[in-house]
Ligand binder design. Sequence first.
Ligand code: PBG
Length: 324
Amino acid sequence: MLSRRPRRNRKSAVIREMVEETRLSTKDFIFPLFVIEGTGKRVEVKSMPGIFRFSLDVLLKEIEECLMLGIRTFAIFPAIDDSKKDKYATESVNGEGLYLRALSEIKKRFPEACLMTDVAMDPYSSDGHDGLVKDGQIVNDETLEILGKMAVAQAATGADIIGPSDMMDGRVGYIREMLDDAGYTNTSILAYTAKYASAFYGPFRDALDSAPKSGDKKTYQMDTANRNEALIEAELDYNEGADILMVKPALAYLDVIRLLKDNFPLPIAAYNVSGEYAMIKAAAQNGWLDGEKAMVESLLSIKRAGASIILSYFAREFAQLQKQ
Ligand code: PBG
């Protein structure tokens, strides 16, 4: 006789649901949203069906609807006009500029919404890089000064969480100190800790028109082949005062999510990036797979790997599914 029959725990929906080890909740999600200049605008990102670039007035309505669906945290990214981009990303600290205006306005209208920002030069940089380019090199320490000012300007809008996505060395500690010196000791840092040089960011760069003008991001983003480096990055971010550690992308890096989860006591986040979204949407549109099931399966795998926080373009669709 078989003494162990694992199938007994799969025999009915009730039992299956009772023994589930991992459960997704709308509360796990951070919803990335793109803001553009203008009014009345809702422009679909071609490579991301169902994801839009909103002008601020429409974005506020979108956030209101998301809040009603139970999504509470939003990561806002700006698409900046080329005419406003320069070498030093000066537009990033313009209080009257699109991004800082949007953050203040959202916070004013919806104080209950938790807002995460993006700290990196690429949306504002004429070079399209996350750091300052000098003689063809991305210079680390000069970039820190720019990032620090950017972070303080974002904190001043009332944003809850600062999200450095640039991968410069020492930026978490530098930003922490700048924030503290400016009195923003209560503003959190979610560090893009293990951010890989990935092909899966393509649709995002289309959305923001932020692709590098020359070269690639391999001198600052991590090599796909490496895991130990993720431990070094995590240890630095941990010691420099990060509140949350993030792995990005998610699906091709589930082992890295688990590695950080097992080695650090901080909450672990994962960014289910634009290309991961686009792949499922494209296959579903072709009738090649069931988009909804593939969405839930991949989101569950990210949580099972050890991420308690998931940045995902699926957040709204998932929240809607939960409401049904
Ligand atoms: C850049 C940034 C990127 C993403 C978030 N912040 C792209 C990049 O590094 O080129 C990608 C997110 C996505 O693909 O969904 N600071």
